[in-house]
Design a protein around this ligand. Structure first.
Ligand code: ADE
Length: 422
């Protein structure tokens, strides 16, 4: 099908490759497939205008097609300038008739123009990964607030921004924080980020991890996934944290824990996953060894102080795709991957489809839930009801062929009573 939908993409002729890769990802997304089949029958999003700001990947394509199957009128733009898979964007536009505004490598002006283009059809629901649609609507396009009834948010960093807005009384409509579902953060953040971050570092550099000192900044669900996988590859993993409980968990999980100032001179590879800014700052860069590799897997590109790195450098050259060599005045060279943007999406393909299956099942069900319930909700951040979260886990287990026990009537009564003791 050649559709004439509004779009701004790199190259429509890439569509055949995109179609094949979208189908490949679909094989690993059985939960989303089930939801899509039901959406097709029940049309829960019929006629609802949606703007989605997500990484434009094969997995996102399967989500967008699910929303469309449910009757939604969807527009898609990128949630990061480097994460767009141009063949997927081409397939979505030319084969599936979805308006997409996303080009891999777009500059900041184009990135924000694309966000505005996704908002042009006056969305009633927004779907964010990092809260850029919400931020743009609230800061620059307030006239759109009259149409929007609700939204969803994918990621930890976005939820932090949205909670700050809600606390200030500034949030204009209810949002479901998909990240808070157990079937999202326990799997996507841990196993997805864990695998795809290592994948990004290896694809970019082809370095051996075994024997390297691998510094992980942040021991949230993403950080612990990366730490676990790096250890599995034989690296000596060091964790840095600001939260005493998480630091203690890292110690008892068997990692060395120390401040970044102490990790800086000993690390071979650094990865930031904190959601905060300047976690690797000028003084850390000044202390690093010649040849240290720097990567970020947090949502925004401000976790490594790239501006300070550029100011400190006498020269910069792209030594390999996704690897920039910064030559410092004293002769040391530091290597920045993916320009300090999400290394798993910039240098690899993001999380594998099998975990995005659950994340995007949450997104699809959250869209349906907020479309049904927005009138009863306040201008707050909500979690998806636990029954829906549990249902996603049940469907995933079923698809994996794993069966579990159920409570007997006696056990159910025992758990519900307070009179029975020893
Ligand atoms: N975030 C992390 N990995 C992703 C993927 N494969 N698709 C969409 N968003 C992602």
């Amino acid at each position: 099908m050649t559709a004439t939908v509004p779009a701004d993409i790199a190259d429509p002729t890439l569509a055949p490759e995109g179609i094949r890769r979208i189908e490949w990802a679909a094989r690993e997304m059985p939960v989303l497939r089930k939801i899509r089949e039901r959406f097709q029958r029940e049309q829960p999003l019929r006629g609802i205008r949606m703007a989605c700001c997500l990484h434009v990947t094969t997995e996102t394509a399967n989500l967008v097609l699910t929303l469309k199957a449910g009757g939604a009128d969807v527009r898609l733009c990128a949630s990061n300038p480097l994460s767009t898979q141009d063949d997927v964007a081409a397939a979505l536009v030319t084969e599936y008739g979805i308006p997409v505004f996303a080009i891999c490598g777009e500059d900041a002006t184009t990135y924000y123009r694309h966000i505005h283009q996704a908002l042009e059809h006056r969305p009633q629901l927004t779907m964010d990964d990092g809260a850029d649609l919400v931020a743009t609507i609230h800061k620059e396009r307030r006239e759109l607030l009259q149409w929007v009834v609700g939204g969803t948010e994918e990621t930890t960093t976005g939820v932090i921004r949205l909670r700050a807005m809600a606390a200030d009384g500034a949030l204009g409509y209810p949002i479901v924080a998909v990240n808070e579902s157990a079937t999202k953060h326990l799997f996507d953040n841990r196993y997805g980020t864990g695998q795809s971050t290592i994948d990004g570092i290896i694809r970019a550099t082809n370095v051996l991890l075994a024997g390297k000192v691998f510094v992980v900044a942040g021991y949230g669900w993403c950080g612990r996934g990366v730490a676990m996988r790096a250890r599995g590859m034989g690296a000596q993993v060091v964790v840095t944290e600001v939260d005493p409980v998480k630091a203690l968990e890292a110690v008892m999980d068997g990692f060395r824990v120390m401040p970044m100032a102490e990790a800086a001179p000993i690390g071979d590879i650094f990865v930031t996953l904190t959601g905060d800014c300047n976690v690797i700052d000028r003084q850390h860069l000044e202390a690093m060894k010649d040849g240290a590799i720097l990567a970020n897997s947090g949502h925004f590109d401000n976790e490594i102080n790239v501006r300070a790195l550029a100011e400190m450098a006498e020269g910069v050259r792209r030594i390999r795709e996704h690897v920039d060599e910064y030559r410092l005045a004293d002769g040391r060279r530091l290597y920045l991957l993916g320009e300090g943007r999400l290394v798993n999406l910039a240098a690899a393909e993001g999380h594998p489809a099998a975990v995005m299956d659950m994340s995007f099942a949450n997104q699809a069900l959250a869209s349906e839930w907020i479309a049904q319930h927005h009138a009863e909700l306040g201008r707050q951040v909500y979690s998806l009801p636990k029954e829906l979260d549990d249902e996603i886990a049940r469907l995933k287990l079923e698809a994996m062929g794993v069966r579990i026990d159920t409570l007997t009537e006696e056990q159910r009564r025992y758990l519900a009573s307070w009179q029975e003791g020893t």
